[in-house]
Design a binder for this molecule. Structure first.
Ligand code: ADP
Ligand code: MG
Length: 252
């Protein structure tokens, strides 16, 4: 059985609407794959289905394996404990919960099954977090903010990066993490993802419909999702080709 995040013939529906029509993909440890494609092609559906969002029905015959283990029947929390991390286009606002408390809860949930990794006191966790924020040059003030309350686009991304660093995932799915960011912010996010990927060696699926972030995060493989199916796969060169030709030729 393959080591990696392996999707075989993944078919997903929502409200009885068949959205993903058999997606197969293998992301090996440490690899970076990009999924590109037009609006409405099913990219976010893929991310939500992998996260275990209850609104999405995974149709029979589909397989999603994480390092040889089937994750389809697992709850979202169990998937996170196996090392799957998803960052979303529209993170939720949770007023009243500070960034640092949110991160501590997320950490404890992530490592619940690994008691040795748990911190006994809030203070111990804060020290651990401080090392991470120092390395990423994130201010302590940010940790005290309410979760997503009035966050700018850049601050939302900063939170995603912090989550990545804290949760030490094995596989990461970034859904349109570049949307709504200016060029400098994209460069910064991509830089942080690269640094963390080198350190933690996680596999990544970057979902985007623009090539810009892929100039900084060089993909090993690029897949084009059109109408719920992967219509084309290739190396990093495919990004430039798509930039020139667009998706229309693949939509016919
Ligand atoms: P992408 O991320 O590639 O733009 P999505 O996965 O968001 O595409 O959407 C794929 C298709 O699924 C679209 O036709 C969209 O209208 C439909 N869809 C997505 N979410 C829902 C939902 N909650 N209810 C009904 N249809 C949905
Ligand atoms: Mg989307």
């Amino acid at each position: 059985m393959a080591n990696g995040l392996q999707l075989t013939n993944l078919a997903v529906s929502i409200d009885n609407k068949h959205i993903l029509k058999g997606v197969s993909l293998l992301v090996k440890p440490g690899e970076l794959h990009a999924i590109m494609g037009p609006n409405g092609s099913g990219k976010s559906t893929l991310a939500y289905a992998l996260a275990g969002h209850p609104a999405y029905t995974i149709l029979s015959g589909s397989k999603a394996m994480l390092n040889g283990e089937n994750i389809i029947e697992l709850s979202p929390d169990e998937r996170a404990q196996k090392g799957l991390f998803l960052a979303f286009q529209y993170p939720v606002e949770v007023p009243g919960v500070s960034v640092q408390n949110f991160l501590r809860q997320a950490y404890q949930a992530r490592f619940e099954k690994q008691p040795k990794r748990l911190f006994k006191t809030v203070l111990e966790f804060r020290k651990h977090l401080q090392k991470i924020t120092d390395a990423l040059k994130i201010s302590q003030d940010f940790l005290k903010r309410g979760l997503n309350e009035g966050f700018s686009g850049g601050e939302k991304k900063q939170l995603e990066i912090l989550q990545l660093a804290v949760l030490e995932p094995k596989y990461v799915i970034l859904d349109e993490t570049d949307s709504g960011l200016d060029i400098d912010a994209i460069k910064k996010v991509a830089g942080s993802v690269s640094v963390l990927q080198k350190k933690l060696k996680f596999g990544v699926i970057v979902i985007t419909h623009y090539q810009r972030i892929l100039q900084y995060l060089k993909p090993d493989r690029v897949h084009v999702l059109v109408a719920g199916k992967i219509k084309q796969s290739g190396g990093a060169d495919l990004v430039d080709e798509l930039e020139k030709s667009g998706y229309t030729a693949l939509e016919e």
